[in-house]
Design a protein around this ligand. Sequence first.
Ligand code: CTP
Length: 399
Amino acid sequence: MLKNKNILIGVTGSIAAYKIAHLTRLFVKEGAHVKIVMSKAATEFITPLTLSTLSKHPVLIDFKNGDSGEWNNHVDLGLWADVMIIAPASANTIAKMANGICDNLLLATYLSARCKVYFAPAMDLDMYQHPSTKANIQKLLQFGNTIIKPENGELASGLIGEGRMAEPETILSFIKQEFSKTQPLKGKKVLVTAGPTYEAIDPVRFIGNHSSGKMGFALAETLAEQGAEVTLVCGPTALSTTNKKIKRIDITSAEELYNASTKAFQQADIAILAAAVADFKPAKVASQKIKKSNNSKTIELEPTKDTLAELGKRKKKGQLLIGFALETNNEIEHAKLKIKNKNLDLIVLNSLKDKGAGFKTDTNKITLIDKYNKTTKFELKSKLDTAKDIIAAILKLKK
Ligand code: CTP
């Protein structure tokens, strides 16, 4: 669940800082990317070297890097993070956070972070019970931050009570649970088609196209990250998948794509057909390589099976079907017609007129049209961000 998530840990001055070495290891083991920002006081409790070694990233403390004088950009750091966890959060840092004080890199990063912020208080029991601390924590909660409550037990002072930072394992499972809330597709089965198809002419030649499969793969990865069980039916491509929740079925021809997709569709809640399927195939496939000397210079073609249209016919109540359309003229009009003719819920329209959209690029520029004719145009974005936009639109349809 935490694989490839960007986790920013803010470490402040408390004896519990030593536990962050273990916490960092736990996050890294889960496949998360961890960056650490420390207050100066925290470096008295644990060395930046320990944490940079474990997190595999330099630990940041000051606004500028001592030797090089290079600026440590707190805004970039805040934007990089999927979540920020301030642990241990000392009474002093909590007070500063509650009052917008920004006298170190950690606090500046907190103020500029757009992600969810969690804080795990660590302090002596009387400090934790003090009305000012209580009021500050209340303020932080009102700001939308989330507390990872301290535990009861023996404190560094020898006193027994509430104030001990939550154990690293507890913090890990807390954060995992939070991420599971961001898995709106948990338990849903999604079929995705991607890449080109190759239609054989003879044993060495084929009719194909320039599709790289990048858009379909970006969709499959993003769907899996959001909890879906994905069946990815893909044509010949150099791409690989990283998420275990993706079941990959490699196919070559439109016929194989049809067979694999119609089968997977029986169980699917959602199908997104992003493959660039050949519309025609040679009527006959030569069993031997066709020679130059061959008299016939013509290849007779016949239509391939249209998987999207077929799934539209088979679609049952509750299933959602999403198609792609690549158009060169009267785009919106043609796309709306396809929604109707193929019984789609949503169509993703690419125009060949748009620079940076379409085959092989890492970017795409799309227009989404749903079955109610609601049309939304998007800016040029990475295919990963485009995938997020498409999935968000699908989730809206489900409501
Ligand atoms: N598609 C499919 N099977 C085919 C051809 C296309 O599943 N044999 C799907 C694609 O994956 C995509 C959509 O249909 O989702 C794109 O079709 P497109 O080629 O744009 O439209 P066509 O229906 O083929 O119509 P036209 O060629 O007239 O534009």
